[in-house]
Design a protein around this ligand. Structure first.
Ligand SMILES: [Zn+2]
Length: 383
C-alpha cells in the first residue's frame, strides 16, 4: 500500500550533467531553500466554514484518503539523481499498480467536543482530530500535531473534499493539503487493448474527466502571461471548446480559492517558490490530479508553473512547453518515457516525456483522442 496516492508530476531538468564529477561532499545531506509556501495561496479567497457538523457526520463515513501533499519552506536532499534514466525512473507513471484496496475513514467520538477521523486498517494514514466550535467541527490536529485549518472545500455532488492547513514542520511553516473521495462500488478502469499509451496511473489505463473540464488561470497574471498560458493550453484542443469529446473551457480567475479547492481547476504561475531538492535540478511545474478509484475518474486537479525555476536553469525557452506538459497531466496523461532498449532513444515523440520535445505530438493527440473519444471503441473494462 502506497502511503501517498496523490500523484505529483514534475519536469526535472538535469541541466549540468557534465558537471557531475566536479561535485563534492555528495554524502553530506544538504538543505535546499524552496521559498515561503504561503505565496501558493497569497491573494486567494479562503473558506473557513467547516462542512463537518453534528448533523452530517454520517455523510463523511466511508471516504478514502486519496492524497496528501506538503509544501515546505525547505527540503532535505533525498539522495542525488545522477542520470536521466534515474530521473525518469523516479517520475515514471507506468509502474504496474497494486490491486486497489480502498481504505475508509470513520469518525469516532472522544468526548462531546472532540472527534477523530481515521482509517484503522491503514495505520500509516494520518489520524485527524476535530473540535466542536458552535455547530461545526474544525480540524485541530494530525497525528497529534497541532494544525491551523486554512480552507475547507466540498464538491457539489459530495464525491470529493479537501482540507488545507498549515503546521510547523521541522522545515518551517508548512502547507498541507488533504484530499478525500467518496467510496462507492469500485467501477472498472478502462484499459485500452490496442495502443500502449502512457496515462496517469498505469500504461494504457485510461483515467480522465467525466464530461467537461472548466480550467481557470488563477491568480494575478499580466495580459502577456494570460496570452502565453492560453496559447499553451489551447494546443490540446482538437476543436474549439473541445478536447476530443471532452467539453472544455478556459477562464481567468484573478481571485480564486486556494489551490486545494475541489470546485475549481486552476493552473497558477508561481514566483518566489520552487521545489528542487538538489542544486542541478529544477522542478518546472507540478500537476496534482485527484482520482476517485471508485469512479475511475479525475475529480479535481491543480497545477503550478514555477517561474523562478525557469530562470534558475535558464529554461525560458521551455516555459510554454512546461504549461502544455502540466495540462497534459491535468487531462489524464502520464509520462511518456518508453525508450528503445538498443538505441536508448525515445520510442515516441511526446510532450509528456523529458526529451525536450517541445510540441504536442501525433502520439499525444492519439492518446487524448483515445481517452476522450467514445468512438474509439478500442478499450475493454477490466476488474
Ligand atoms: Zn510531468
Amino acid at each position: 500500500m502506497k502511503p501517498i496516492l496523490l500523484i505529483i508530476f514534475a519536469i526535472f531538468l538535469n541541466h549540468c550533467a557534465q558537471d557531475q564529477n566536479k561535485r563534492k561532499n555528495r554524502a553530506e545531506p544538504q538543505t535546499y531553500f524552496l521559498g515561503d509556501p504561503q505565496v501558493l495561496i497569497a491573494g486567494t479567497s479562503k473558506n473557513l466554514n467547516s462542512f463537518v457538523s453534528l448533523d452530517n457526520l454520517l455523510n463523511f463515513e466511508d471516504y478514502s484518503l486519496q492524497g496528501h501533499y506538503d509544501f515546505a519552506p525547505r527540503a532535505i536532499q533525498t539522495g542525488p539523481i545522477t542520470s536521466q534514466e534515474e530521473l525518469e525512473d523516479r517520475n515514471a507513471t507506468d509502474r504496474p499498480t497494486a490491486p486497489q484496496k480502498i481504505p475508509s475513514y470513520q469518525f469516532e467520538a472522544i468526548n462531546d467536543e472532540t472527534i477523530t477521523y481515521s482509517d484503522k486498517t491503514i495505520p500509516e494514514y494520518p489520524q485527524l482530530r476535530f473540535s466542536k466550535v458552535q455547530d461545526e467541527f474544525h480540524l485541530t490536529h494530525i497525528n497529534g500535531v497541532a494544525v491551523e485549518p486554512l480552507h475547507y472545500s466540498l464538491s457539489e455532488n459530495g464525491e470529493v473534499f479537501s482540507i488545507l492547513m498549515s503546521y510547523q514542520s521541522r522545515y518551517g511553516e508548512t502547507l498541507k493539503a488533504l484530499y478525500f473521495t467518496k467510496n462507492k462500488a469500485i467501477s472498472s478502469f478502462r484499459r485500452f487493448t490496442e495502443r500502449n499509451f502512457a496515462y496517469l496511473i498505469d500504461r494504457s489505463v485510461a483515467v480522465g474527466w467525466e464530461e467537461r473540464l472548466d480550467l481557470s488561470l488563477c491568480g494575478s497574471m499580466s495580459p502577456e502571461e494570460r496570452r502565453t498560458f492560453t496559447r499553451s493550453i489551447s494546443k490540446w484542443e482538437t476543436a474549439p471548446g473541445k478536447i476530443s469529446d471532452l467539453d472544455f473551457s478556459l477562464n481567468y480567475q484573478p481571485v480564486a480559492q486556494p489551490f486545494s479547492d475541489v470546485n475549481q481547476t486552476c493552473v497558477q504561475l508561481i514566483s518566489g517558490y520552487r521545489l528542487e531538492t538538489q542544486e542541478d535540478l529544477a522542478v518546472l511545474g507540478v500537476a496534482i490530479p485527484v482520482i476517485n478509484p471508485a469512479s475511475g475518474r479525475i475529480v479535481a486537479a491543480n497545477s503550478f508553473i514555477f517561474d523562478d525555476a525557469h530562470d534558475k536553469i535558464k529554461a525560458r525557452d521551455q516555459f510554454e512547453a512546461t504549461i502544455t506538459h502540466e495540462i497534459g497531466h491535468v487531462l489524464g496523461l502520464g509520462h511518456e518515457f518508453l525508450r528503445d532498449p538498443d538505441t536508448g532513444r525515445p520510442v515516441h515523440d511526446s510532450i509528456m516525456g523529458y526529451a525536450n520535445y517541445p510540441e504536442i505530438s501525433d502520439w499525444d493527440r492519439d492518446a487524448i483522442e483515445a481517452l476522450y473519444s467514445e468512438e474509439t471503441g478500442s478499450f475493454t473494462f477490466v476488474d
